[in-house]
Design a protein around this ligand. Sequence first.
Ligand code: UDP
Length: 195
Amino acid sequence: VPTVSVFGVSVSKWSMADTVEHLAQAVASGSPHHVITANPIMMMAAIENPEYKKMMQTAELIVPDGTGLVWAARKGGEPVAERVPGFDLLHELMKRGDRGGWRVYLLGSAREVIEEASCRLKNQYPGVLIVGCRDGYFGPDQDDEVIRDIVNAAPHLLFVARGADTQEPWIAKHKKTLGVPVMMGVGGSFDVISG
Ligand code: UDP
């Protein structure tokens, strides 16, 4: 992956199309990828908290979600191709999954939100198999149960919406056990999708 270092975090220079292609290959190979769609809040967290930064550095792919990172990369003389917003990447991956018959697990947000988002995504991408869906309000004592359900569902994509301070460390901590080809934090995306 061609990257540019922004505050010690390696951000991918790829376009949306190249990113989707790369992740489709991850799905084909089955090797786990933690994808972080980096925004200013995460970059601030990385600058202020060495542990958060270390966690980010373990991600297989970090894409520039917003204009701030695109600007910083250009300013540093190593421009990225374009913004790769998490919300758009979610839809591009669903589009790709619609053609490929991919299995998708949705985790996070309130129960009504995730159920409505699941219905809408099913209608929009009928070729995708939504193999599991659960809300994001659970504690560490329920991690094992949540992870077991995901592993049993064997998805190609796992979208996690629990807020940036929780979702990324949670994916990083459990990614080996989860073993999903593409695991990505999506913040407030399900709230938007559910209307
Ligand atoms: N969320 C969740 N569990 C939590 C905290 C948040 O499922 O313990 C969900 C919340 O319902 C929302 C999404 O995570 O759908 C993003 O939350 P928020 O906007 O508060 O987080 P931010 O992205 O601002 O960090």
